[in-house]
Design a protein around this ligand. Sequence first.
Ligand SMILES: [Mg+2]
Length: 222
Amino acid sequence: MSRLIVFDVDSTLLAVESLDFAVDRALRDAGDGPQRAAKLKALTDLGMAGSLEFRASLEQRLAIAGLTRRAVDEACEALRAHATEGMADLLEALRAKGHDVAAVSGGFVELISPALADLGFSSGDIRANRFVFDGEAVTGFDRNNPLSRSGGKGQVVAALKALTGRPLAVMVGDGMTDYEAFASGAADSFIGFGAVTVRAPVREKAPAFAETVEDLRKLLLG
Ligand SMILES: [Mg+2]
């Protein structure tokens, strides 16, 4: 039966965390760059492990980052080289079987859209956060976007399922926010994805877990 298959983006479709990637690049030449980068990595891990509320993590990360429009544009282009190996083929196979495929991310559309377009996603298949700019500086994010809140992925997956009319939605991702989209009832099943990073609480709870893209292909296509 054709299903809606919803993919997380950071550490799932892409082999990096896109915001950390953008900030690392922007901080490379800053004097206190390494310290700021280490703080950001710690915040991301806490957030992904479910130990820090997602919105608080996002606020703190953006405050440390000090991103500019130019840094966002440069990172966006560079991210195109960081799709998870084997994912393009798997997505093509899923679409060929008639499944609807969507990307739902706590990351930012301004960073990930071109990399996702390379993987065959149109803008209508992508749900993600949006930066707020003041002139050239990133000063925050669109706080009305459900993806900027804990539990937001579930809300967005439920809306996508209604929109596509598919009776079953599968969530695929590495993080607790992805698992929660299933635990909330919005997705009918969940596959934890550990080919990029294994999050211990996710592996523990996930009803199915893919260590590799090949595992994921077997779980999704049999
Ligand atoms: Mg992720």
